[in-house]
Design a protein around this ligand. Structure first.
Ligand code: FMN
Length: 451
């Protein structure tokens, strides 16, 4: 059983008193304590901290508002007056979603209640390991050791990839293991051509930054893996694929993520290279025509993994905060309004430096004659794919402002330091989007001018 201990206590309660109360209550139950829960402000109480350490549990606190609404069996008027909630120990257990097993027990200074969490999660330590391997996985391009990767290790990594979920269990992936130097040289040549092509497409200041980046380790690793997808695997009636054929590619991509995580645990660095026309790699590898390349991976042992992505450490790009990515019930409804958030952030924004980009609001792809131009297309129809064109058919002016803020923020994450904004359309939506761009640039410390 995953047990949860709810605790309420007076400041300075001796640990021995709390420990006795908890030990006696737990004596009646079999299971491991996952979580100690209490009210905000008690997390630094020495008795609470000692209890958490002794139980090897996690500590979580709730505000009095969160506790006040719990349907506790043993409310107390005195606690209500002091804390603004009729219970701490019981309410804290219930606030986690757990079922109350042992209602409140008390001594002169402390109260304790015990709950059980019936969901089949791992215990705290195992959860931490899962989170750790996810956080410490890196895309690696440097620092490979001159060590071979033996078949048993590779087998474990590929086993993990092969356990990935897949649409209709179609398992559309295959793994082509490439050690041959001559083959890797040919693939390397293809990546070099694309690297040069990408460099030539960049504005000058960005190109200088790109020149310092390493984008592949094809010849630096003992092993390359081509992960492929057979989009038709399993025939006509693969469950779940009929309405969305992309799901087959998603499945193969997830296999790569499994591989990446398992490799991290083995001390194997993995670098994903996508500086290719996939068909050219397929030709070098002599893949059958129906097989598509999904990922080309360079794999080898490393003696350390960087704490942050190389693109972050080099200043090329930044990570996007999770709060920007979470919408509640409706698109755009985030924990805080993106516009208010940006206005607030503008007050303390640190001036940023970086690439200058001309944003043409209400334009189309014909205006993309220079490398530092970006068009925001407000039209109702999706334009042909072009990364120079951001299609933002805002439904209302308010949404257009939000889109503007968002564009500016996301450009800032990609190293943009100055926006020159030109309106190619005089509609209310275009003006609103331009206003949003201005708010977004101020929030990120970017400079802004109008053309
Ligand atoms: C689909 C895909 C393609 C990628 N292609 C390249 C690439 O061609 N060259 C490169 O240096 N990194 C490439 N990366 C690695 C990303 O730059 C890297 O994942 C990102 O910066 C985050 O860093 P992290 O993986 O260390 O967390 C690719 C990653 C993905 C998921």
């Amino acid at each position: 059983m995953n047990l949860i201990v709810g605790v309420g206590l007076r400041t300075g309660t001796p640990y021995a008193e709390l420990q006795d109360l908890v030990t006696t209550a737990l004596h009646e139950l079999a299971g491991e304590v996952q979580l100690v829960v209490t009210i905000d402000g008690k997390e630094n109480e020495p008795a609470v901290q000692q209890l958490v350490a002794q139980l090897g549990a996690e500590l979580r606190t709730f505000s009095n508002d969160e506790l006040a609404n719990q349907p506790v069996p043993t409310p107390s008027e005195q606690v209500e007056q002091l804390k603004g909630t009729p219970s701490v120990a019981e309410a804290a257990v219930l606030a986690t979603g757990a079922e109350l097993l042992i209602p409140k027990r008390q001594t002169s200074n402390a109260t304790v209640a015990i709950g059980v969490w019936r969901a089949a999660g791992y215990d705290v330590r195992d959860r931490e390991v899962v989170q750790r391997v996810i956080a410490e996985r890196r895309d690696v391009r440097r620092g490979f050791l001159d060590l071979p990767v033996d078949d048993a290790t590779l087998g474990r990594v590929l086993e993990a990839a092969h356990r990935a979920p897949s649409v209709g269990l179609s398992q559309p992936w295959d793994f082509l293991v490439i050690r041959d130097l001559a083959t890797r040289r040919k693939v390397h040549d293809l990546a070099t051509v694309q690297r040069d092509r990408f460099a030539a497409s960049l504005p000058e200041d960005r190109r200088a930054a790109f020149d310092g980046l390493k984008i592949e380790a094809i010849l630096d690793t003992p092993l390359n893996l081509a992960v492929t997808c057979d989009p038709g695997r399993g025939g006509r009636h693969v469950l779940g694929r009929h309405a969305d054929p992309r799901t087959t590619m998603f499945s193969a991509a997830i296999a790569i993520q499994n591989l990446w995580l398992a490799a991290r645990a083995e001390g194997l660095g993995v670098g994903w290279v996508s500086f290719f026309e996939p068909d050219e790699v397929a030709a070098v590898l002599d893949l059958p025509a129906h097989i598509e390349l999904v990922g080309y991976l360079c794999v080898g042992y490393v003696d350390e993994f960087a704490a942050a992505p190389e693109l972050v450490r080099s200043g090329w790009a930044k990570r996007r905060p999770l709060s920007w990515a979470i919408h509640h019930e409706e698109w755009g409804r985030r924990d805080t309004s993106i516009v208010d958030d940006a206005l607030q952030a503008a007050q303390n924004a640190v001036p940023a430096t970086g690439q200058r980009v001309h944003v043409i609001v209400g334009g189309d792809a014909s205006q993309l004659h220079q490398a530092d131009a970006l068009v925001v297309d407000l039209g109702a129809d999706r334009p042909p794919a072009d990364f120079g064109v951001l299609w933002r058919p805002a439904r209302t002016p308010a949404e257009a402002v939000e889109f503007g803020v968002e564009i500016a923020r996301d450009l800032a994450l990609q190293g943009v330091g100055h926006l020159v904004v030109r309106l190619a359309d005089s509609s209310e939506r275009a003006e609103a989007l331009a206003r949003g761009l201005q708010v977004g640039t101020s929030a990120c410390g970017l400079t802004h001018s109008s053309a």
